[in-house]
Unconditional design. Sequence first.
Length: 202
Amino acid sequence: MDHMDQNEELYRAWIGMKNQEKYYRRMKKGGFNLCAFFFRELLYLTRKMFVETILLIIAETLIVIALSITGAPEGVYSLVGIILSTLIGVTYYPLYRWSIERKIKYYQRKGLTYEQQLEIARKRGGDKVNVAVILMLVVLIMIYATIYIIFEGSNKTDIISQSKQDSNNEEINKESDINTILNTSSTEEKNNTGYGTSSNEE
């Protein structure tokens, strides 16, 4: 008998009443969650999967940094985003099961009675939005805003550098064109002078 079967009532209490049967069944057998595909961190937060949310943010940040360093085009960003969302949708139920299992073991280690554990699960479980969820949401927004500002600043710096480089290249090309014209004019003058001298000698 696995951990879910041994603690079914606790798992159901942590899941909450909303979609309880569907969640319990898919946590045991697996399945794809469409909400996780589209809303990712937001769904994690409403289900109090705080550790998973932090790990996901770290993974997304590292991916963006890697793509930025390699100079990947926008199409690659979109493709990687779709792949990541698909993985999140596929792994959502196993991760949610792991999240609940950690909570159950935590309160068991604290020596709480079964009834006390049930009371905590019913109070803190489900997808109810509480203070912790709101605080994590604020932190999430701040993190993404910081990342956006950093990368926007980096992109602007790159654009300015590229603009300066292009400007320098244009100046070099103009100087090269002027030198070419001057050299051509000088050659033509020499040729004309030589032609005039030979004409006079004749």
